[in-house]
Design a protein. Structure first.
Length: 691
């Protein structure tokens, strides 16, 4: 085969994962034939996860949407007929013009992390809806609670250097399962283990990660904040502190010491379900080991007290001075290292008439309520892209009812006919990552990654940017910025005047495929303090929280639904349900592809033998999981990998592929976290009975 017929294209994995892998796509005669991790990119190191290793099955799936369609059946039936792009765009523009003439805020965009790309996820789409004057979307569904708690304590979304983990002596993996969801980051933890580091996993479930650690600590769901308070009490009471670091680089220590005085391991034992000596031993080991690293993740981000829990944990490395070390401190996200130019990409200044139509923000985690309960103005249209809310949003029965409104004009731009797509009035075919241009930051490493289109769009699929350009023209938006190409958008992604972006040029990204930010190697962000808080210090006492009506000190926020915090509810629904990611899915991405559906088998519910025996449930039985919000069915897996009183259903299944038309979000709550307005997916009481 000639060189003309074969090429290798540099790409980026677009999915919601901290690893943001650099990829290389081999293309022969216009068809992608191989996807592999970029060998020279240090973090990717030539490997991909099991899902993205088979990415061509997603790109060339016979389930791909290839043409625009309009609904011909009832909403939810999923019956469509093919139309032209002109008809689709004209229909959308006409409806948007009609609604906007009354109040453009009756139109809502709904998107999240279907792609993490700055071009396809955060540029022309935002410009379009800002210019239209549509309602704004508060994108809270994953990380907002923990981000708020972290920001109040540390400042920016900047943590320890992930590549420095290899030199840690102790790593607490708290609320995460990196073997499944951060496989490249896990490589650095494994290397630290080989060098003698001790790994401790803190998780209600004995995950694949926990099985590979030296110790597993299993608190009850939603009680991580109490565990962290008790650890602080031990550190202070036993003087396992770096007094010099505390004096120079923190604020509010005396008030913190007084606050945690009564939060002893014995107190925390009654809350967390852990033995007091386990808590005391954990605190002592953490206080004595240097460098010590806390690798937080988003498992503890989905309970009522999530923001405060992350805040409590974020205080720990400042007490021990762990931030002094490259391999010390804590890591939740490093996305704040990327000088993303939001104003250039999204152009919020385009909002047209704030005096007549004051901007309105709708929390995406409350989408069911927003669609069903008339606000001012009531929502009359929704445009869904990069997301699948009918399957992924909490309290899915309410969400489905909202999308089923016959008077709601619904547009869905998607690769596949998802659960949400079944409710569309107009269904548009989207491009995959191999078919469009993009550029990516990361929340798990320090490399910007470029994505070049490797193949032509399949069928009549179009990228987000092109659709919004075409819609802007039909809406009469004449500003030149709506004509900018994807290359021009990519060149605006990072603030080139920021020293961290020096060298991260469009030319360098195109040539190599990835470029490391201009940061020290290793990056030790708070060795000399310089926290991104108002005081410049780690804030044990946070005036910003006081101003927002929150407790300014670390505190204990109990779960909304638990045996101890809500005993009346627990009488009817005594089991705490958590719904962590299924190994073979990524939210609902990949959850329709035969390979991964077959590997998952069917929806599962892990249940402890004691709880199973009480309910006459045997391994493999079909069970019904229910509460006042709804119910779903799953296959019982009786296991001691979880503690008694807790059940686990790996998620998120497409409803239409689950076997009973439901998934775990039939029972989850749309109540919000203490900070950040996030959903409390893992704060959920249920009962489980045999079908």
């Amino acid at each position: 085969m000639s060189a003309i017929d074969s090429k290798v294209v540099k790409a980026a994995c677009p999915h919601d994962c901290p690893d943001t892998c650099a990829m290389e796509i081999t293309v022969e005669q216009g068809r992608a034939v191989r996807v592999r991790g970029a060998e020279k990119m240090p973090f990717t190191n030539g490997s991909l996860c099991t899902k993205v290793s088979h990415y061509l099955e997603r790109v060339y799936s016979d389930q791909r949407l290839l043409y625009p369609m309009k609904r011909i059946g009832r909403k939810g039936e999923g019956r469509f007929e093919r139309i032209t792009w002109d008809e689709a765009l004209n229909t959308i523009a006409a409806k948007f013009r009609e609604i906007a003439a009354d109040d453009p805020r009756a139109i809502l965009p709904y998107s999240y992390a279907g792609t993490m790309g700055l071009v396809q996820g955060e540029s022309m789409d935002r410009r379009f809806f800002h210019r239209l004057g549509a309602s704004l979307l508060d994108r809270t569904i994953c990380a907002s609670a923990g981000a708020a708690g972290w920001k109040a304590t540390v400042g920016a979304a900047v943590g320890a250097d992930p590549e420095a983990l290899v030199d840690a002596r102790l790593i607490l993996i708290w609320g995460g399962n990196p073997v499944v969801s951060n496989v490249h980051g896990w490589r650095y933890m494994q290397e630290a283990k080989r060098r003698g580091a001790r790994l401790i996993c803190i998780d209600p479930r004995r995950t694949d990660t926990a099985k590979k650690c030296h110790q597993h600590v299993a608190p009850l769901p939603g009680t991580d904040g109490a565990l962290a308070l008790a650890m602080m009490q031990v550190l202070i009471a036993e003087n396992l502190l770096d007094h010099d670091y505390i004096a120079q680089h923190t604020i509010g220590f005396d008030a913190l010491a007084e606050r945690v005085r009564e939060h002893t391991p014995e107190w925390a034992a009654s809350v967390t379900g852990l033995d007091a000596e386990v808590i005391r031993s954990l605190a002592r080991e953490y206080g004595r080991a240097q460098p010590s690293m806390i690798r937080l993740n988003y498992g503890l981000n989905r309970c009522a007290g999530a923001g405060m829990a992350v805040r409590n944990i974020a205080c720990l490395p400042a007490l021990t001075g762990a931030w002094r070390h490259a391999a010390g401190g804590a890591l939740l996200s490093v996305s704040g290292n990327f000088p993303k130019d939001v104003r250039a990409l999204a152009r919020p200044d385009l909002y047209p008439d704030a005096e007549r139509f004051p901007p309105r923000t709708i929390n995406m985690s409350n989408i069911g309520e927003a669609l069903l309960k008339a606000g001012e103005p009531p929502l009359r249209a929704i445009y869904v892209y990069n997301s699948n809310p009918v399957a992924v949003a909490p309290n899915s029965n309410e969400v489905r009812a909202g999308f089923a409104r016959e008077d709601l004009f619904c547009v869905v731009h998607e690769l596949f006919q998802t659960d949400t797509a079944d409710y569309a009035d107009i269904l548009l075919p989207a491009t995959s990552q191999l078919e469009h241009r993009d550029v990516h930051g990361s929340y798990g490493h320090a490399y910007a990654v470029s994505n070049e289109p490797a193949i032509a769009p399949l069928g009549e699929a179009k990228p987000n940017t092109e659709v919004f350009r075409l819609l802007a023209a039909r809406m009469g938006f004449s500003e030149a910025l709506f004509s900018e190409t994807d290359d021009e958008l990519a060149s605006q992604a990072f603030n080139r005047d920021d020293p961290r972006a020096f060298g991260v040029t469009p030319e360098a990204l195109k040539a190599q495929g990835w470029v490391r930010l201009n940061l020290p190697r290793p990056s030790v962000p708070y060795a000399q303090g310089a926290f991104r808080t108002p005081s410049g210090k780690c804030e044990f006492y946070a005036e910003t929280l006081a101003a927002q009506g929150h407790d300014p000190l670390p505190a204990w926020t109990p779960p909304a639904e638990s045996v101890s915090s809500n005993p009346a509810l627990a009488q009817r629904y005594p089991l705490a349900l958590i719904t962590p990611p299924a190994r073979n899915f990524l939210n609902t991405s990949f959850a329709n592809l035969p390979r991964f559906v077959q590997q998952e088998g069917s929806p599962k519910l892990e249940i402890h033998p004691q709880d199973a025996a009480k309910r006459a449930i045997s391994d493999g039985d079909r069970v019904r999981i229910s509460n006042d919000r709804g119910a779903f069915h799953a296959r019982a897996v009786v296991t001691e990998d979880i503690r008694a009183g807790v059940v686990v259903s790996p998620s998120v299944w497409w409803q239409k592929l689950s076997g009973d038309g439901e998934n775990a979000n039939a029972v989850t709550s749309s109540a919000l976290t203490d900070m950040g307005g996030g959903p409390i997916f893992y704060d959920c009481l249920v009962e489980v009975l045999p079908v």
